[in-house]
Design a protein around this ligand. Structure first.
Ligand code: HEM
Length: 502
């Protein structure tokens, strides 16, 4: 007998040995009846699940959201009904391109996901640390991501592909400017903002709709690494974000963000020079000021990372009454895409996993069996397994119906022409937001990123930058010219040159 807890099989029976196989003699062979050995090896073979196709490397925490300001005139969501309301939150921050073992401080956009477990059900904010994105049509997303991932032949990341794609999508220049600026490498998730990026909508108890953008401003202040600092850090640890975040929360230094919204009355959309549903554009703050809503505080490290963070399934389709979508076509594609990804990555009933199961809301749906059916969901009456039924099973509630979305246009593939308007906000950022020293660093960051690109691709990108501002193009060109690119200034797909470089 031992006074330690007893190891059991997955069936709950005590295990007599966990280190010695059952054999036909002292030298073996192993008996097939040593089922627990087979079970142990089989479990090891199944410990991994597919990593996320994008945003595979991530860090997360649990916490709370508190409403500090009244926005009930914009939204009838219960969470916003009263100052002082609160709900649990699960966060996951991520890099976009790197695999799950990638170094934390790579230059990349950061994902910024928050799951609000409200009494109306889960509301997911699946945003980034930038208020805009590279493209504005979902057709372009898989190709864009392909250029960020590995080349099919070399299995290397390909700067040539990245800049080739961006040069062909000049609307990306706004986001690429942010990526190459200081904000391209936050020191850790605690020192960056989060943005819903898309235009969403809210509606109030009177059925009035407003277009809305979400902002989460870090209370820790922005902090970023230069390329050199990040490189030195990666030489010491590739996991600095996980270390910083876990240790801060462990010692009680809880990171906080202030939540704001920008609000545009429904009828105002269309009165701007830019399309307010275009994901490559911000809404100027002087036109649509930030309205404070509340505070997010992350104050608990999950007991088990895999259970809560790897299993977390965020989706823009998770909205609650009072919060809705907009005509932004990228957003609409995302509404369909994520649940499909979760069913593949996690399984049919992924919403029932502890990370995803609503906290306060009562889940009552008629989706029935399949993998991971470990919830009863029979509403206390086994006969109510279809709908409509005469047994008092749950029914839809028309009172939470969203107000009609006003659309009066022909269905058509409207051409995505790039116009001068696509360079206005990038120019504003370049001229009026970036300080001179940051511009200099940005030119150098470009040179580091573009070094291996062919001359042709570089020229095509300079032509895009010219449309933002000639000084921008000249700065990047000069930084590139300063680099000795003799060996690398060829397409990464050219075999002879790769061999020559080896
Ligand atoms: C049409 C465009 C897009 C498509 C089809 C798409 C699709 C996906 C997919 C399939 C995943 C993996 C989900 C998983 O396996 O858990 C993902 C993750 C993610 N995406 Fe997107 N995405 C798009 C654009 C965007 C944009 C514009 C943003 C930010 C504004 C964004 C933010 C994120 C974040 C933060 C994650 C990681 C979520 C997590 O932490 O688990 N995506 N995306």
């Amino acid at each position: 007998m031992t006074d330690k807890p007893i190891l059991t099989t997955t069936g709950g029976a005590p295990v007599p040995s966990n280190d010695t196989s059952k054999t036909a003699g002292p030298r073996g062979p192993v008996l097939l009846e040593d089922y627990q050995l087979i079970e142990k090896l089989a479990h090891q073979n199944r410990e991994r699940i597919p990593e996320r196709v994008v945003h595979a490397k991530g860090w997360g925490a649990q916490g709370i959201f508190k409403v500090t300001h009244d926005i009930s005139k914009y939204s009838c969501a219960k969470i916003f009904s009263k100052v002082g309301n609160s709900c649990d939150v699960l966060s996951r921050w991520s890099t976009v391109a790197g695999e799950s073992g990638a170094a934390d401080t790579e230059r990349d956009v950061r994902g910024f996901s928050l799951k609000f477990y409200t009494e109306d059900g889960n509301w997911d904010m699946v945003g980034n640390n930038t208020p805009i994105f590279f493209v504005r049509d979902a057709y372009k997303f898989p190709d864009f991501i392909r250029t960020q991932k590995r080349h099919p032949k070399t299995n290397l990341r390909s700067p040539e592909a990245m800049f080739d794609f961006w040069a062909a999508q000049p609307e990306s220049v706004h986001q690429v400017t942010i990526l190459m600026s200081d904000r391209g490498i936050p020191t850790n998730p605690m020192h960056m903002n989060g943005y819903g990026s898309h235009t969403f909508s809210m509606w109030n108890a009177d059925g009035e709709r407003f277009w809305v953008k979400f902002h989460f401003k870090t209370q820790q202040g922005h902090k970023h690494y230069t390329n050199a600092e990040a490189e030195a850090l990666i030489g010491k640890t590739r996991e600095s974000y996980q270390e910083d975040l876990f240790n801060a929360i462990d010692r009680g230094d809880f990171p906080k963000w202030t939540m704001f919204i920008q609000v545009m009355p429904e009828a105002e959309a269309g009165q701007q020079s830019y399309n307010p549903f275009d994901l490559t554009k911000v809404w100027p703050h002087e036109d649509y000021p930030l309205i404070e809503v509340g505070e997010v505080e992350m104050n608990k490290n999950p007991e088990n990372y895999f259970q809560m963070i790897e299993n977390a399934a965020y989706s823009p389709s998770n909205v609650v009454p009072g919060i809705g979508y907009s005509p932004d076509k990228m957003l609409q594609a995302r509404v369909w895409s994520y649940a499909d990804a979760h069913r593949y990555r996690l399984g049919t009933h992924y919403e029932a996993l502890p990370a995803n199961a609503p906290h306060a809301a009562n889940v009552q749906h008629y989706h029935k069996d399949g993998p991971m059916r470990f919830f009863t969901n029979d509403f206390g009456n086994a006969d109510a397994y279809y709908e409509p039924n005469q047994y008092g099973g749950p029914v839809a509630d028309p009172s939470v119906m969203e107000p009609p979305l006003k659309i009066d246009a022909d269905a058509f593939r409207y051409p995505q022409e790039v116009t001068d308007e696509d360079f206005v906000q990038a120019r504003e950022l370049y001229l009026n937001v970036l300080e001179e020293d940051e511009k200099e660093r940005m030119y150098e960051n470009y040179a580091a990123a573009m070094g291996p690109c062919s001359k042709d691709v570089k020229e095509r990108w300079y032509a895009v930058l010219e449309r933002v501002h000639p000084d921008y193009a000249a700065g990047v060109r000069a930084a590139n010219d300063r680099l000795d690119t003799d060996v690398n200034a060829v397409p990464i797909t050219d075999d002879t040159q790769i061999e020559a470089a080896e």
